[in-house]
Design a protein around this ligand. Structure first.
Ligand SMILES: NC(=O)C1=CN([C@@H]2O[C@H](COP(=O)(O)OP(=O)(O)OC[C@H]3O[C@@H](n4cnc5c(N)ncnc54)[C@H](O)[C@@H]3O)[C@@H](O)[C@H]2O)C=CC1
Ligand SMILES: O=C([O-])CC(=O)C(=O)O
Length: 274
């Protein structure tokens, strides 16, 4: 596989570690789109600790340079701004893209632009399940309509640092669970870009950004990053609760997100996809 990565932070580094451990043969080619100020460090790490992941690995700083290396699949793991900056051009070029920063699609204009770019390029934008599960069933039920979806995201207080939760809570001293946001999936994904991509994933699979109700909670007793949601549809009812291990490199991000991306890659390499 010729793989392109946008971003070289917690998800990308863990993903490359997993690929190094699990692939039978190295990737044919790896191209990483990094921020200009991080390009030197990215290159050194690719040549050092990640030397075995790909037969050839290069670092670039813009989408045109990324595309000049002809990746067969591009994975975005850099944040909402990187989706805006780079993903439309990659799709228009005809290259399939997996994005983890799904909450970027809470901007309706960007969602329209990405859909148009994928059509123009004759390719697809892939939205993986990320840190949540049951997206297969939710998306299947969504086609029948009549859905009610309620989601609650609970994380330990410090996972909400640097977010609007700080306007109402003292995260460093919080002693009991506090819900600091109630609203739509569109508002949640827009206002908590590093913490509420799951709300956008549920909305896109199911009842849409306005109808999907969201609560966000800081909970000192949370057993990790917890995602709970309930679905009522004419065809089925279910609830789901996932207790995710936070990443060592970024407490906001659950490690299962990385494995969800790994699944997308492995499903394109092996003889069977599941
Ligand atoms: N779909 C889901 O369930 C989840 C999605 N996410 C999304 O994944 C994103 C990345 O997560 P982590 O790797 O844990 O964050 P991180 O902060 O550790 O890494 C992000 C990296 O991207 C780089 N970056 C930022 N803007 C860039 C740009 N324009 N071009 C290239 N590189 C750029 C940063 O320098 C940083 O190294 C989060 O911001 C969040 O939006 C996170 C968790 C779950
Ligand atoms: O990783 C998680 O648990 C969820 C997350 O940050 C997000 O939805 O953006």
């Amino acid at each position: 596989m010729r793989l392109g990565l946008i971003g070289f932070g917690n998800i990308a580094l863990t993903l490359l570690g997993q690929l190094a451990e699990t692939l039978d043969t190295p990737l044919e080619h790896l191209v990483v789109l990094s921020l200009p100020e991080l390009a030197g460090d990215t290159e050194a790490r690719l040549k050092g600790e990640f030397a075995g992941v790909a037969r050839e690995a290069v670092v670039v700083t813009d989408a045109q340079a990324l595309l000049s290396h002809r990746p067969g699949l591009v994975v975005e793991c850099a944040g909402h701004a990187a989706v805006v900056a780079h993903v439309p051009a990659v799709l228009r070029n005809g290259t399939e893209v997996v994005i983890v920063s799904i909450g970027a699609l809470s901007d309706a204009n960007l969602e329209t632009e990405l859909r148009a770019a994928a059509i123009e390029g004759g390719t697809r934008l892939i939205l993986p399940a990320g840190a949540v599960g049951g997206i297969d069933l939710l998306a299947a039920l969504g086609a029948a309509g009549g859905l009610e979806v309620r989601y609650r995201g609970s994380k330990p207080p410090l996972a909400w640092s640097g977010t609007p939760a700080e306007n109402t809570l003292d995260l460093g001293t919080l002693k009991e669970a506090a819900t600091f946001f109630t609203g739509t999936a569109r508002e949640a994904a827009r206002d908590f870009p590093k913490n509420a991509n799951v709300a956008a994933t549920l909305a896109l699979a199911g009842a849409g950004f306005e109808a999907t109700r969201v609560e966000l909670t800081a909970d000192p007793a949370a057993p990790g990053n917890v995602h709970e949601y309930s679905v009522v549809s004419p065809l089925a009812k279910y609830t789901m609760r996932i207790e995710n291990l936070p990443s060592a490199g970024n407490a906001k991000t659950s490690v299962s997100t990385v494995y969800s991306v790994l699944r997308e890659i492995r499903n394109r390499i092996g003889p069977v996809a599941i």
